[in-house]
Design a protein. Sequence first.
Length: 215
Amino acid sequence: MTDVHAKLEQAYDNVLEAFGGCLGLRNVETEGHSQRVMAFAISIGKRLSLPSNLPEVLARASFLHDIGKIAIPDAILYKPSALADDEKKVMRSHCEIGYNTLQRIPFLRDAADIVLAHHEFLDGTGYPRGLRGEQIPLAARILSVANALDAMLSDWPYRNALPMSQVREEIWRCAGTQFDPKIVQIFLAIPENDWVELRKKLGSPFPDTSAGLVP
Protein backbone atom coordinates (compact mmCIF):
# COMPACT_ATOMS: atom_id res chain seq x y z
CA MET A 1 0.00 0.00 0.00
CA THR A 2 1.40 3.42 -0.95
CA ASP A 3 1.65 6.30 1.50
CA VAL A 4 -1.11 8.09 -0.42
CA HIS A 5 -3.46 5.11 -0.11
CA ALA A 6 -2.63 4.72 3.56
CA LYS A 7 -3.42 8.39 4.19
CA LEU A 8 -6.69 8.08 2.27
CA GLU A 9 -7.74 5.05 4.31
CA GLN A 10 -6.89 6.90 7.51
CA ALA A 11 -8.98 9.85 6.34
CA TYR A 12 -11.89 7.50 5.65
CA ASP A 13 -11.55 5.99 9.13
CA ASN A 14 -11.54 9.48 10.63
CA VAL A 15 -14.80 10.33 8.82
CA LEU A 16 -16.45 7.15 10.11
CA GLU A 17 -15.27 7.84 13.66
CA ALA A 18 -16.64 11.38 13.42
CA PHE A 19 -20.05 10.10 12.32
CA GLY A 20 -19.99 7.54 15.14
CA GLY A 21 -19.13 10.31 17.57
CA CYS A 22 -22.19 12.24 16.42
CA LEU A 23 -24.36 9.24 17.25
CA GLY A 24 -22.74 9.01 20.66
CA LEU A 25 -23.53 12.63 21.40
CA ARG A 26 -27.22 11.85 20.97
CA ASN A 27 -27.22 8.54 22.83
CA VAL A 28 -24.38 6.33 24.09
CA GLU A 29 -26.54 3.24 23.56
CA THR A 30 -27.07 4.18 19.92
CA GLU A 31 -23.32 4.25 19.35
CA GLY A 32 -22.90 0.87 21.05
CA HIS A 33 -25.79 -0.49 18.99
CA SER A 34 -24.10 0.59 15.77
CA GLN A 35 -20.84 -1.09 16.73
CA ARG A 36 -22.59 -4.33 17.65
CA VAL A 37 -24.71 -4.36 14.49
CA MET A 38 -21.55 -3.93 12.43
CA ALA A 39 -19.90 -6.89 14.19
CA PHE A 40 -23.00 -9.07 13.79
CA ALA A 41 -23.38 -8.19 10.11
CA ILE A 42 -19.73 -8.98 9.42
CA SER A 43 -20.10 -12.33 11.19
CA ILE A 44 -23.02 -13.26 8.94
CA GLY A 45 -21.36 -11.85 5.84
CA LYS A 46 -18.24 -13.96 6.34
CA ARG A 47 -20.35 -17.07 5.85
CA LEU A 48 -21.65 -15.88 2.47
CA SER A 49 -19.81 -15.71 -0.84
CA LEU A 50 -19.85 -11.92 -1.08
CA PRO A 51 -18.36 -9.90 -3.95
CA SER A 52 -14.89 -8.66 -3.04
CA ASN A 53 -15.96 -5.08 -2.28
CA LEU A 54 -19.15 -5.89 -0.39
CA PRO A 55 -17.73 -6.75 3.07
CA GLU A 56 -16.27 -3.25 3.31
CA VAL A 57 -19.51 -1.64 2.14
CA LEU A 58 -21.49 -3.81 4.57
CA ALA A 59 -19.26 -2.78 7.48
CA ARG A 60 -19.60 0.92 6.73
CA ALA A 61 -23.35 0.74 6.17
CA SER A 62 -23.87 -1.30 9.35
CA PHE A 63 -21.92 1.16 11.47
CA LEU A 64 -23.76 4.15 10.00
CA HIS A 65 -27.24 2.66 9.50
CA ASP A 66 -28.81 4.89 12.18
CA ILE A 67 -26.94 8.10 11.31
CA GLY A 68 -30.24 9.67 10.16
CA LYS A 69 -31.56 9.49 13.73
CA ILE A 70 -29.41 12.53 14.52
CA ALA A 71 -32.23 14.56 12.96
CA ILE A 72 -35.08 12.85 14.86
CA PRO A 73 -36.51 14.91 17.77
CA ASP A 74 -35.69 13.64 21.26
CA ALA A 75 -39.40 13.46 22.14
CA ILE A 76 -39.82 10.77 19.48
CA LEU A 77 -36.42 9.09 19.74
CA TYR A 78 -36.72 8.52 23.49
CA LYS A 79 -40.49 8.16 23.86
CA PRO A 80 -41.09 5.39 26.45
CA SER A 81 -44.35 4.23 24.85
CA ALA A 82 -45.67 3.31 21.42
CA LEU A 83 -45.34 5.99 18.74
CA ALA A 84 -48.42 7.58 17.19
CA ASP A 85 -48.83 7.28 13.43
CA ASP A 86 -47.43 10.75 12.74
CA GLU A 87 -44.48 10.03 15.03
CA LYS A 88 -43.79 6.75 13.22
CA LYS A 89 -43.62 8.68 9.96
CA VAL A 90 -40.99 11.00 11.43
CA MET A 91 -38.99 8.09 12.90
CA ARG A 92 -39.04 6.20 9.62
CA SER A 93 -37.59 9.20 7.83
CA HIS A 94 -34.20 8.37 9.38
CA CYS A 95 -33.48 5.98 6.48
CA GLU A 96 -33.83 8.72 3.88
CA ILE A 97 -32.05 11.28 6.05
CA GLY A 98 -29.13 8.87 6.44
CA TYR A 99 -29.10 8.17 2.71
CA ASN A 100 -29.13 11.87 1.81
CA THR A 101 -26.26 12.48 4.22
CA LEU A 102 -24.01 9.64 3.10
CA GLN A 103 -24.57 9.81 -0.65
CA ARG A 104 -22.86 13.23 -0.71
CA ILE A 105 -19.60 11.54 0.32
CA PRO A 106 -18.05 9.61 -2.60
CA PHE A 107 -16.59 6.70 -0.61
CA LEU A 108 -19.87 6.22 1.28
CA ARG A 109 -22.28 6.24 -1.68
CA ASP A 110 -22.50 2.45 -1.86
CA ALA A 111 -23.13 2.34 1.90
CA ALA A 112 -25.83 5.00 1.49
CA ASP A 113 -27.89 2.66 -0.69
CA ILE A 114 -27.74 0.01 2.05
CA VAL A 115 -28.69 2.49 4.76
CA LEU A 116 -31.72 3.53 2.72
CA ALA A 117 -32.91 -0.09 2.40
CA HIS A 118 -32.18 -1.56 5.85
CA HIS A 119 -35.84 -1.42 6.95
CA GLU A 120 -37.26 -2.98 3.79
CA PHE A 121 -39.04 -6.33 4.34
CA LEU A 122 -38.75 -9.32 2.07
CA ASP A 123 -42.54 -9.37 1.51
CA GLY A 124 -42.66 -5.72 0.45
CA THR A 125 -44.25 -4.32 3.62
CA GLY A 126 -41.14 -2.47 4.82
CA TYR A 127 -40.07 1.13 4.21
CA PRO A 128 -39.28 3.61 2.72
CA ARG A 129 -39.81 2.21 -0.82
CA GLY A 130 -41.70 -1.04 -0.26
CA LEU A 131 -39.03 -3.14 -1.98
CA ARG A 132 -39.47 -6.91 -1.97
CA GLY A 133 -37.27 -9.99 -2.38
CA GLU A 134 -34.07 -9.46 -4.33
CA GLN A 135 -35.02 -5.86 -5.06
CA ILE A 136 -33.52 -5.32 -1.60
CA PRO A 137 -29.70 -5.21 -1.80
CA LEU A 138 -28.03 -8.29 -0.31
CA ALA A 139 -26.07 -6.21 2.20
CA ALA A 140 -29.31 -4.59 3.38
CA ARG A 141 -30.86 -8.03 3.89
CA ILE A 142 -27.86 -9.02 6.03
CA LEU A 143 -28.00 -5.73 7.93
CA SER A 144 -31.72 -6.22 8.58
CA VAL A 145 -31.09 -9.43 10.51
CA ALA A 146 -28.08 -8.03 12.38
CA ASN A 147 -30.01 -4.88 13.32
CA ALA A 148 -33.02 -6.83 14.59
CA LEU A 149 -30.74 -9.19 16.52
CA ASP A 150 -29.10 -6.42 18.52
CA ALA A 151 -32.31 -4.39 18.90
CA MET A 152 -34.09 -7.33 20.51
CA LEU A 153 -31.11 -8.06 22.76
CA SER A 154 -30.95 -4.48 24.03
CA ASP A 155 -32.91 -2.41 26.53
CA TRP A 156 -34.86 0.46 24.94
CA PRO A 157 -37.12 3.15 26.45
CA TYR A 158 -40.23 1.24 25.32
CA ARG A 159 -39.26 -2.33 26.36
CA ASN A 160 -36.67 -4.53 28.05
CA ALA A 161 -34.17 -6.79 26.32
CA LEU A 162 -35.26 -10.26 25.22
CA PRO A 163 -33.37 -13.51 25.96
CA MET A 164 -31.39 -14.99 23.08
CA SER A 165 -33.69 -18.02 22.84
CA GLN A 166 -36.68 -15.77 22.19
CA VAL A 167 -34.72 -13.66 19.72
CA ARG A 168 -33.81 -16.73 17.68
CA GLU A 169 -37.46 -17.84 17.64
CA GLU A 170 -38.63 -14.41 16.51
CA ILE A 171 -36.09 -14.14 13.69
CA TRP A 172 -37.01 -17.66 12.55
CA ARG A 173 -40.73 -16.77 12.69
CA CYS A 174 -40.14 -13.76 10.42
CA ALA A 175 -38.09 -15.66 7.81
CA GLY A 176 -39.73 -15.19 4.42
CA THR A 177 -41.74 -12.14 5.48
CA GLN A 178 -39.36 -9.67 7.12
CA PHE A 179 -36.07 -11.50 6.63
CA ASP A 180 -34.33 -13.40 3.83
CA PRO A 181 -34.65 -17.13 4.75
CA LYS A 182 -31.13 -17.88 3.49
CA ILE A 183 -29.65 -15.28 5.82
CA VAL A 184 -31.81 -16.49 8.69
CA GLN A 185 -30.50 -20.02 8.14
CA ILE A 186 -26.93 -18.73 8.35
CA PHE A 187 -27.75 -16.80 11.53
CA LEU A 188 -29.33 -19.87 13.15
CA ALA A 189 -26.40 -22.09 12.12
CA ILE A 190 -24.00 -19.95 14.16
CA PRO A 191 -23.86 -21.39 17.70
CA GLU A 192 -25.61 -19.30 20.31
CA ASN A 193 -22.43 -19.15 22.38
CA ASP A 194 -20.59 -17.50 19.48
CA TRP A 195 -23.05 -14.60 19.59
CA VAL A 196 -22.72 -14.49 23.39
CA GLU A 197 -18.93 -14.25 23.21
CA LEU A 198 -18.99 -11.68 20.44
CA ARG A 199 -21.34 -9.40 22.35
CA LYS A 200 -19.29 -9.80 25.53
CA LYS A 201 -16.19 -8.69 23.62
CA LEU A 202 -18.11 -5.58 22.64
CA GLY A 203 -18.77 -4.79 26.27
CA SER A 204 -22.48 -5.57 26.60
CA PRO A 205 -23.42 -8.94 28.12
CA PHE A 206 -26.54 -10.85 27.17
CA PRO A 207 -29.54 -10.90 29.50
CA ASP A 208 -30.09 -14.01 31.61
CA THR A 209 -31.88 -16.39 29.22
CA SER A 210 -33.15 -18.53 32.09
CA ALA A 211 -35.31 -15.77 33.54
CA GLY A 212 -37.42 -14.72 30.57
CA LEU A 213 -37.63 -10.97 29.99
CA VAL A 214 -35.08 -8.88 31.85
CA PRO A 215 -36.79 -7.01 34.73
